[in-house]
Ligand binder design. Structure first.
Ligand code: NDP
Length: 272
């Protein structure tokens, strides 16, 4: 029997995480023996949990989700430039007695949009709704993609302004809705998505080719996707990003990029 690697995802809440299912499928396909568990961890238990988890010889890595991604960027270890810049970590890997800290959310989104949905960011007009950790992970990546323009809208405008200041040397970014050119892509990075608090965006200029992408995902249609389906047939939720960010994490742990298509198909089948 090959060595069993201990992995998991920590967050709060964590009960409905699909990560254990996704990583178990990756591992089975790649013939790697893993145990991947969800861990509900409070803010006050975060540091102790990390220490205890990695004190076990069998432990290999962790995913980190809400509300711990910022805290994870302060763990002692070797942090990637990207994770340091955005101050968020969603993947921890134990390599030769050192913890390495990464973020795979941004690349997960890019992989899903480019490889799976055939979207090219070059010269595109993009609207991001939200200015939290996931919006920044996406902004970090798309700001390097030679987009035409990126607008960032957020309930708390000062947080959008902070992102605009931080990234305006990398791309043309602003906090006003474009009233001249339609958006090619509208991304909902707000966590209002699943709680029913999502408010439709008024006076948004779009075309019949506009893509709509909700980072939130669910086995039933999210409120953002329901709203967008009246406007476009290119409407997606964050299930693809979830699988791709997981695949990039798996690659960090085992240096193998797992097969994603069948896992996406299985998740899609659960919706039916
Ligand atoms: P953060 O907590 O960092 O940010 C939350 C954002 O949502 C903020 O911009 C906040 O605005 C906004 N928001 C929250 N409530 C409301 C509301 N009632 N009305 C309007 N705006 C609101 O979360 P993340 O950025 O990490 O995550 C955002 C969502 O993306 C989550 O639902 C998460 O599950 C999902 N996600 C999905 C991934 C995937 O793989 N598919 C990966 C990562 C995240 P304000 O600044 O005003 O508080």
């Amino acid at each position: 029997m090959s060595k069993k690697f201990k992995l998991g995802v920590l967050g709060n809440p964590i009960e409905h995480s699909l990560s254990p299912f996704i990583h178990s499928r990756f591992a089975r396909n790649e013939n790697i023996n893993i145990e991947y568990l969800p861990f509900k961890v409070s803010n006050s238990d975060f540091e102790l949990f990390i220490k205890e988890f990695f004190s076990d010889n069998a432990s290999k890595g962790l995913n980190v989700t809400l509300p711990h991604k910022n805290k994870a960027a302060n763990i002692e270890g070797i942090i990637s430039n990207e994770a340091k810049y955005i101050n968020a970590v969603n993947t921890i890997s134990l390599d030769k007695n050192n913890l390495s800290l990464h973020t795979t959310d941004g690349i997960g989104f890019i992989s899903d949009m480019q490889d799976q949905k055939g979207f090219s960011f070059m010269n595109k007009n993009i609207l991001l709704i939200g200015a939290g950790a996931s919006a920044e992970s996406i902004l970090y990546r798309i700001a390097k993609e030679q987009t035409s323009q990126i607008s960032v809208l957020n309930r708390t405008k000062s947080k959008a302004d902070r992102l605009i200041r931080k990234y305006s040397n990398m791309a043309f970014i602003n906090s006003d809705l474009d009233i001249e050119k339609p958006y090619d892509l509208v991304v909902n990075c707000s966590s209002a998505g699943l709680t029913g608090e999502f408010k439709p965006i008024e006076n948004i200029l779009i075309s019949k080719n506009t893509y709509f992408y909700d980072l939130n995902y669910s086995l039933v249609q999210t409120p953002f996707c329901r709203w967008a389906l009246n406007k476009s047939d290119k409407v997606f939720d964050g299930m693809g990003m979830l699988v791709f960010q997981a695949a990039h994490s798996f690659d960090k742990w085992f240096s193998v990029f797992p097969e994603t298509q069948n896992v996406i198909k299985d998740l899609e089948a659960m919706r039916e």
